[in-house]
Design a protein around this ligand. Structure first.
Ligand code: TXA
Ligand code: MG
Length: 311
């Protein structure tokens, strides 16, 4: 018998990307569904696999800042943000420099591009082995909670992929913070684990409201939603509702976002618990109040959308 050495998972994933296939990519925030950013057919396959209602712009993931600067135009502030938070859970929207590296479909025809260097080493290894930018939305089907474990990612979109990488449970658990650095303004488009305060320490006060051009076109009202209806800021659950608690002595510890009231732990547990709660087929899922400071802004943002209204 001839034994051929098994190609390692990273090389297999890079080959799949080169062949225009989709790949389940672990990141520190949530699992992504990755494709070659320069290949419109591969990018179209992402929208198809997710069942996205329209072509929202995607985040281009690159291996390091040098690669990012080949794709997008950086100024002093975007460079300072990249230096402070990359690799890590910050996405920077900046003017596009190389329209072929991240194709029109991936940018939804915009003149800007969302870009990040993920903190998860496996993600960077795959991207480096591939050699180009990898667009990756969260690996869930459209509107559902983002997968934060390998098993959840495979369950959501695994059938559509040519390769999948197990990177363990996601340490952060909510999607990256998205900021735009366009036309002399820095605006927060999506709260995440890099907090408003941390951003302001680097670039000063953020723009009050995201103006035209700074909008995040992909943010829908009903998003991150399990099948059961979600109610938030609930003190007392209704009959048949499963209560997700936060903090000491609030609800059943098995269903607690964080029994000690730790926001990092709550973020990391959020989507997994929404999924697990859903699997018990409750009449509804009720979530107790989560403080809105720091990482709480991102948690409450996701909860509001899971409950069906925009913040
Ligand atoms: O943590 C994350 O960011 C994960 C992991 C896989 O990296 N990815 C993720 O991608 O959450 P996605 O596609 O679910 O979210 C991308 C967000 C959307 O809200 C989209 O509207 C915004 O980024 N976005 C992308 N390009 C943009 C652009 N040119 N201008 C404004 N917003 C943009
Ligand atoms: Mg998503």
């Amino acid at each position: 018998m001839i034994v051929t050495p098994q190609k390692d998972a990273v090389a297999t994933a890079a080959d799949a990307l080169r062949a225009g296939k989709l790949v389940i990519l672990p990141t520190e925030t949530v699992y992504g569904l990755g494709a070659d950013a320069s290949n419109p057919e591969a990018v179209a396959a992402i929208f198809e696999a997710k069942g996205r209602p329209r072509f929202n712009p995607l985040i281009a993931h690159v291996a390091d800042s040098a690669a990012a600067e080949k794709v997008a135009i950086f100024d002093d502030r975007s460079r300072a943000l990249a230096e402070a938070f990359w690799p890590g859970p910050l996405t920077i929207v900046a003017p596009i420099k190389n329209r072929f590296a991240v194709c029109d479909l991936a940018r939804a025809g915009l003149d800007s591009v969302a870009i990040r260097v993920p903190g998860h080493a496996k993600a960077r290894e795959v991207i480096a082995a591939f050699g180009g930018a990898v667009v990756a939305p969260s690996a869930n089907r459209s509107g559902r909670p983002s997968p934060t474990t390998y098993a959840d990612a495979v369950e959501e979109t695994g059938l559509a992929t040519g390769a999948a990488i197990d990177g363990g449970p996601c340490a952060v658990g909510v999607e990256s913070t998205v900021v735009s650095v366009l036309g002399g303004q820095v605006a927060l488009l999506r709260p995440g684990s890099v907090t408003r305060r941390e951003l302001e320490e680097i670039v000063g006060p953020l723009a009050e409201r995201a103006e035209e051009g700074h909008r995040s076109p992909g943010r829908m009202a009903l998003h991150y939603a399990p099948d059961a209806p979600v109610r938030i800021n609930v003190e007392q659950p209704a009959e048949g509702e499963l209560l997700l608690g936060f903090g000491e002595g609030v609800g059943d510890p098995r269903w607690s976002l964080s029994p000690t009231g730790n926001l990092r732990e709550a973020a990391a547990n959020l989507f997994r618990l929404l999924r697990e709660a859903d699997r018990t087929h409750p009449k509804g899922i009720a979530v107790t109040p989560v403080p809105n400071d720091g990482l709480g802004e991102a948690i409450n943002d996701r909860l509001k959308r899971a409950a069906g209204f925009v913040g």
